[in-house]
Ligand binder design. Sequence first.
Ligand code: NDP
Ligand code: 2IT
Length: 449
Amino acid sequence: MLKSEYLQRVYTQVIKRDPDQKEFLQAVLEVLESLDAIVEAHSEYEANGVIESFVEPERIITFRVPWTDDQGQVHVNRGYRIQFNSAIGPYKGGLRFHPSVNLSILKFLGFEQVLKNSLTGLPIGGAKGGSDFDPKGKSDREVMRFCQSFMTELYRHIGQFTDVPAGDIGVGGREIGYLYGQYRRLRNTSEAGVLTGKGLAYGGSLARTEATGYGLCYLTQEMLKCMKNDSFSGKTVVVSGSGNVAIFACQKATELGGKVVAMSDSNGYIHDPKGIQLDVVKDIKLGHRGRIKEYAERVPGSTYTDGFRGIWTIPCDIALPCATQNEIDQEAAENIVKGGAMAVAEGANMPTLPEAIQIFQKAGMLFAPAKAANAGGVATSALEMSQNSMRYGWTFQEVDAKLQQIMVNIFHNIYNASVECGVTGDLVVGANIAGFKKVVEAMMAQGLV
Ligand code: NDP
Ligand code: 2IT
């Protein structure tokens, strides 16, 4: 229940408009609960309808995406782009291709992206898009034809100064390549800054592929140092997922002295008490898009178990959920606490249910929310845009150093915000308020509310 009558009224209206959008309602409620701490001191928010605007996307585009499979059969998927908020800069955020994609999921992701992008300190607004297309089991040519059809509509809505998509679940380097190629054909221009996550041969940035996972570990390391005088060194780590974010989180956590003992995909999880051999995971996942089960067949002493939620029964010091939303429910959170964990940092977007966050906070654990913890990906996307504008490329070390500094700054910004709000160490509130304040300042200064 929200204390502020104004916030309660706005939330009731959001529910009334979209009662079935459960992920969006979940994301909005969490942010409004944080804002409860500051709205009373800001009567201008209510007077200007600030929160009403803040929870409503500027624009939603949905479109038909027809494509032909290798047998000549036509399929029709649904495409989306949620242009949520452009107060700080061009709309920016990933594209997700997954059968579960719907308006609720993309609106929650777009909403969180607005705050995340604000926290990066870089000039980017927030957006999200995608399709209910399932790339699993499709040939390269099928994925190419789908991407070309998707871009044949999307191209008119995006541009380097308007809206800059990137990858997310099911959209990696291969898909970005096909999307960018089609954009260039349609526009007859080399406008590299229109998409990020591009290949290095055509305008991509070094370290973008690694950035989300690396950034997650940089922020976690700073949180451990400042709040517990501790580090990754000697810690047992569990990383859920085995996609882009999970793989590079595993790599950096290991480099920083941690031992990653478990990873997963949507079918199940592997446990390797000696420490995950990441080259094997990379070979399976990046080499031939295989299933994580294969790891246990290849690495003696490791085991595979069906069901992806079971991964949280494995005791660890640090939990890094890097698969998808709502993967940590109450039971999983209780298992993580029972296993003696000291910290959870979210690599995925909204992987932790609200009741699970409460369990962690009550247990006195450190908790780094996604908006801050996984912001390294989009921050490095913004660095890719900078390099494209300059027609120049930084070295891996240069980009990585900027990423590290951005993640350290984000941690201190959200920690200080938690102190200012009288909830020292509550980084959920810290991230929501620090992100929100900048967006609102930009909206009000430009007369957008
Ligand atoms: P990938 O597609 O590379 O990998 C996704 C991973 O999560 C796979 O292991 C996949 O398993 C698993 N997964 C996906 N959906 C589900 C599901 N419904 N249930 C269980 N497991 C699932 O995506 P990313 O690594 O890029 O994204 C992972 C998370 O990180 C997402 O929440 C994304 O929004 C977030 N994120 C990504 C960023 C990026 O730069 N890529 C930046 C910031 C956040 P399977 O192969 O079986 O489907
Ligand atoms: O959720 C995210 O921040 C992303 N998928 C990355 C977005 C981007 O524009 O790089």
